[in-house]
Design a protein around this ligand. Sequence first.
Ligand code: PGA
Ligand code: MN
Length: 476
Amino acid sequence: MKYLHRHTKIIFTIGPATENEEIIAALILHKVDICRLNMAHGSLDWAKATIRKVKEICKQVSRQIAIMMDIKGPEIRTGEIDGVWFLAKDELVDLIINANSHNKNLYESKYRKVTINYPEIIDDVHINDIILVDNGLIQLKILEKHKDYLRCVVLTPGVLKSNRHVNLPGIKINLPAITDKDKRDLSVAIEEDVDFIALSFVRDPFDIIELKNYLLQYNYSPRIIAKIENQSGIENIDSIIKESDAIMIARGDLGIECPYEKLPLIQRQIVNKCIDNCKPVIVATHMLESMIVAPVPTRAEVTDVSNAVFEEADCIMLSAETSIGEYPLKCIEVMKKISLEIEAAIPRSFRQNIELRLPKNKMLRSAVVLAQQLKRACIVVFSHSGAGAQLISSLRPTRVPLFVFTDSESTLRQMRILWGIQPHLIEFNKDRNVTINYALQELLNTDVMQKGDYAVILTSIEVDEKPVETIQLRRL
Ligand code: PGA
Ligand code: MN
């Protein structure tokens, strides 16, 4: 074996720092796996043009990556204000629920007033509850509840700008899973056939079902990623994992909605649950935050990324680091270096206890045992839908290259999310031998395999005109 490829996949968020065609090409050639569009920023026209541009460049450089559209979901925000306000400690602020209110006490009040886009807040909160504004930077405490407004006191001072994100820790928000804005964003995803939709603030499996049903009307069935970012998402994690195609541990909001000291354990538990259920999992947000402005990571960030690699998450994700940061390519390099170094240190092992029900799937486990004993062997799977790829990836066979050959371009892109899977496009020949020989030739063209190495191949062959599942051992 020449080289062990990286098993942990990398997602980058596209934005002003990475929209330039040369940078996109460089990112694709530096082997990023998924391009994420954060619909909290950017217009519909921007999204459409960006998706087309990324797809076009993929063609030009002959490497297809997947595209993820991340929609905002039920998110609470403050409204427009004039300029910026410095909110001082102990200052009183009125959060206006009904902008058309005629309440004299409200419009005659001498305190600062800002609207909030969630009128039902009045039913959900109590006096002395805490409201967090702008990613938790400003803390407000509710002093008085009125029909049209909430009077709050500033606990942690800060600078408030327009349209800031609001978190209500521990409170189940009664907003629809997909908002009108999400529907407009989704119209672009439908038109441009995006591979993944990530839904923010998923509270229970019904949010996922609602999104799937909405998209089905348009005959569009992308893979759905549930972003876990509040306490409801954590409480319902098991049923959410079952209903969605992948999970994103959205640590930005999660770290505000939950006590931060619980975050590492929550991350570890969700990663393990996802692997046990054969669902891909993404660790997201603040992985290399300091690299927005610095060319090297902090030691703590290196450790954070390596933890996610040790935990065997499928993907690690970059947000502002690549959308607005000064060193997007360096961030990819850092993640690649850390992943390769740490993966090589994980002992030869795999997840023995993953439940594989079908006898055919149990063969995957045997293939892993064989490949790990041979040491210089890769595993080869042929798959139209990618289902087999997902299972073999979930077994997490460390230090074994995993190649999947598919005849579907969209499957190829969707497999980019899977830990360890190196997808290749192939035309399936009626004669299985022709397909296998072509695949073996392809393996020799990679920078991983070389002559003399072994390939453990899972394939069905025809015996007396009936398909028989086999594991073949071939020498390259
Ligand atoms: P966001 O989600 O970047 O869309 O807020 C990720 C997170 O909250 O971590
Ligand atoms: Mn979030």
